[in-house]
Design a protein around this ligand. Sequence first.
Ligand code: HEC
Length: 621
Amino acid sequence: MTASGTSWLMMSVLFAATANGAGSIGQRIDGFTLKDSLGTAHSLSDWKDRKAVAVIFLGTECPLAKQYGSKLAELSRRYKSKGVEFVGIDSNQQDSLAAITHFGRVNHIEFPILKDAANQVADKFDAARTPEAFVLDASGTIRYRGKIDDQFGVGYARPSASRHFLADALDDVLAAKAVRTATVAAIGCRIGRVNRHAEKGSVTYSNQIARIVQSRCVECHRAGQIAPFTLTSFKDVSAWAENMMEVIDNQRMPPWNADPKYGEFSNDSRVPAAEKQLIAEWIENGCPEGDRSQLPPPVTFAEGWRIPKPDLIVKMPKAFKIPATGIVDYQYFIVDPGLKHDVWVKAAEGKPGNRSIVHHMVLSYMPPGQKEPDPTDPLLKAVASSGPGIPALITPEGYARRIPAGSKLVFQMHYTPNGTEQTDQSEAGLVFADPTTVKKEMQIGAVINFQFVLPPGFDNVLCTAEDKFEKDTLLYALIPHMHLRGKSFRFVAAYPNGKTEILLDVPKYDFNWQNIFQLSKARLMPKGSVLRCIAHFDNSENNLVNPDPSKFVHFGEQTFDEMMVGMYYYALADQNLTLSKPVEKKSDRRAVQGVRPASAIGSGRSVLSAPVVGRVAAHGS
Ligand code: HEC
């Protein structure tokens, strides 16, 4: 975590102020009474005959609290017969009673979840995050506080937990023993406190903060989009204020993982320092709302599509059923759009039918003659995609992607089961360019290493691959692609004049946020330039998302296999299709870049030097 910067300091001071010794181990909770979401009051004293009470702070929109919902339901059932009562506390202003009822229902939670509207109970326990668990013994004394277990964390989910902190603490209290680990720092979303909204300072929600949030966050944090909660009103934003500062400070949000030292990207989503400062000041002053007449007009988004109205919408032929649990292999659905002639795509977007289980989707084309989808099609023949952090494709004026006449379209779907059985029928929209206006074909190339081996337990395996440009080429976007063991990825250009330059550096690769890095200015790679990709993989158990640190890992398309692919969008610098008949000439041009079969790596004359295949670097970095 990079907990640096003045705003972070300010926040620490702010939170320290609430720590008044409450909630520490050994402290006795003298009682509380709150109502559940249906209006029934519950008091701590109701459970005085119990051997222990597990008090869990929850939030209905917090990703981590959601992941633990069904697990808590299960734990509470397991411990009920042993004399333990579970009680949930929701101290978030933004969580409605209906949302709390819903949270309990979908997770099959039988214990009461109480609304702590004034944060009184959160203050009594000095609870800071959701989920955070407290174990009270029969006398009401706090014997444990912290995490539930180590299965889920921010940005990772292990197949199972290896440390069961809450269950261990309950077992120890039931056995009248000292709790073996009494405190484990909780992780998750901060519980915002309600006692603020002072009208202090000049930075208010209405005059400044709403604008920042609209331009940086609302694209995803609005109804029906991928983020788990909305940030579209004063109530939302002030309730999430502390979390906002935290995720902006350690650069989790907006999702952007490139090192700012290298390259300039038109879709760089980082919050500029000046805006961060305003947010910090606003929170320090108690999140004043200000004069509502100064609010910016709400931003509007095209209903449904982020691209202009599609000329062609293709849909999966039928709905697919996703089981409640387990791993679902990538699914392929083939559609024949009946294309009588080549089409030129200038904008495209994948639209998941069910965002709760579609991790990502790619629509690619399969030219006539090709019988089945190839594993690299979703990379190199992609036309539309959707996934966390992936923007819709919108090409510059005069550029388009070509789909040859007679092609079939293939949906590649990656589903992640979410605990209940689901169905999905996704679609994609394509906007066509007038072919007479297309100057350049926007193509996708890739530098790929097919031959690496990641030995089990190694935490810093170097893998490289490179490709040489045989014609003057313009680069538009760079897309590192690895799976869960991916650790870092770098694109380097080596020019014929001997100079080298880092085009993009992603020091902490995150499978969940596979951005497309759109270069602010197209980069000319003169004939003879080499594009070199340098990646590191972590196949050790320290990598919290590693599906299995005991396996040798090779190239493969499932997420438990690996990939080392440096994709790029490009066009040929001297191409002007409006001057010539486009279609025939292109096949030889297209052969210049693109995938090189494994057998050709290192032997093709266009490769400068053999790529290092799966070389094991020293442990550590
Ligand atoms: C590209 C889409 C996108 C943008 C832009 C975005 N978010 Fe998010 N945000 C998400 C998603 C998806 C999650 C859920 C992550 C998860 O499930 O772990 C999330 C989670 C969060 C969380 C809670 C989870 C955590 O990691 O603690 C906070 C707080 C948050 N976002 C704040 C913001 C703020 C503030 C902004 C703008 C400055 C922003 N987000 C911009 C998609 C986005």
